[in-house]
Design a protein around this ligand. Structure first.
Ligand code: SAM
Length: 246
C-alpha cells in the first residue's frame, strides 16, 4: 500500500511514522509513505502556497496550482493512484468506508491548512473528500494520519494476527466486549468468572452478549446496521425488557 502525502508541514509526520506498528510496516515494506512538501510545487521564488481570498474575509486560502502539480506528478508515475482531500465538508470516515477504501492500493493524501483550499482543488484535483468528524482541526495532517493508520490495518500482515482485526469494535458493526488481564481481583473488582473457566464456547457466548449489551447501552444506532443472528435478537429483546443495563 502506498501513501503520498501532500502538506506544507512535512515534519508533522516524522514521529507517528517512526514508532510501533507503522514503523514496523514501513521497515517490512508492507507500506510505502512519501511526504511531499507542497512548497516544492509552488511556482514562485518565495514558494507561496497560500493567498488572500477573493471577495475578502478573514485568513488565507491554499492555492490550487501547487496541489494540481503535485497530484499530476504522482499520477504520472502511477495513473491508478487516487487523491483524497481532507475537509470537514467531506464524507464522514468510518470503519466500513475504511474497509472499502483499503481496496485501493495507492492514495494521495491532500492536507489543507488555513481557511481551506481554493474550490478548484475540490473540483479538479481530487477524487474523494473525507471528513474525520464534525469538528474543525487546524489542518489535514492529523486526518491524513488517521486515514493512513486505519486503512493500513487492512494490509495483510500489518497486524500480528488477522483475528485481532475481526474482533475489534465496529468490524462486525458492534462495539467490542470488555477485556481483562491479570490480576484476577483488582481493588475489589473481579474478572468475570467465565473468562477464567477455560471453556471456549462459554467465553465466546459471553463475549458476544457483552458486545451486544455494550452496543445497546452506548451506541444503539449501530444495531440498526449490524448483522445479527436469531440468538442475538433474542438476547437484545431480553436486554430491552430489563429495567437497567449494567
Ligand atoms: N474553513 C474550513 C471549513 O469551514 O470547511 C475549515 C478549514 S480548517 C481550519 C483547515 C484544514 O484542516 C481543512 O482545509 C482540512 O484540510 C483540515 N480539516 C479540519 N477539520 C477537518 C475534519 N474534521 N476532517 C478532515 N479535515 C479537516
Amino acid at each position: 500500500m502506498i501513501f503520498d502525502i501532500l502538506t506544507i508541514f512535512p515534519e508533522i509526520f516524522r514521529s507517528p511514522l517512526s514508532e510501533s506498528l507503522l514503523k514496523k510496516a514501513l521497515d517490512r515494506g508492507l507500506l510505502q509513505v512519501r511526504v511531499w512538501n507542497l512548497r516544492d510545487f509552488a511556482g514562485d521564488k518565495h514558494r507561496t502556497t497560500d493567498d488572500y481570498p477573493y471577495g475578502g474575509g478573514a485568513g488565507m486560502v491554499m492555492k490550487a496550482e501547487p496541489i494540481f502539480r503535485a497530484v499530476e506528478e504522482i499520477k504520472s508515475q502511477n495513473p491508478e493512484a487516487r487523491a483524497v482531500l481532507f475537509t470537514p465538508q467531506g464524507e464522514l470516515f468510518h470503519q466500513g468506508l475504511a474497509k472499502e477504501l483499503s481496496g485501493q492500493k495507492h492514495w494521495i493524501l491532500v492536507c489543507g491548512r488555513y481557511e481551506g483550499l481554493d474550490e478548484r482543488v475540490r473540483r479538479g484535483a481530487v477524487d474523494r473528500e473525507i471528513s474525520i468528524g464534525d469538528y474543525i482541526l487546524n489542518g489535514g495532517e492529523i486526518p491524513a494520519l488517521v486515514f493512513l493508520e486505519v486503512i493500513s490495518r487492512y494490509v495483510p500482515e500489518f497486524l500480528g494476527s488477522e483475528q485481532s482485526m475481526e474482533e475489534e469494535s465496529f468490524s462486525d458493526g458492534l462495539l467490542e466486549y470488555p477485556q481483562y488481564t491479570r490480576p484476577p481481583v483488582l481493588r475489589g473488582m473481579e474478572v468475570p468468572e467465565v473468562l477464567l473457566s477455560g471453556n471456549h464456547a462459554d467465553i465466546k457466548r459471553w463475549r458476544r452478549r457483552e458486545s451486544l449489551k455494550r452496543t445497546y447501552g452506548r451506541r444503539p444506532d449501530l444495531l440498526e446496521k449490524a448483522a445479527l443472528s436469531e440468538a442475538d435478537l433474542e438476547y437484545l429483546a431480553e436486554l430491552k425488557s430489563r429495567q437497567k443495563i449494567d
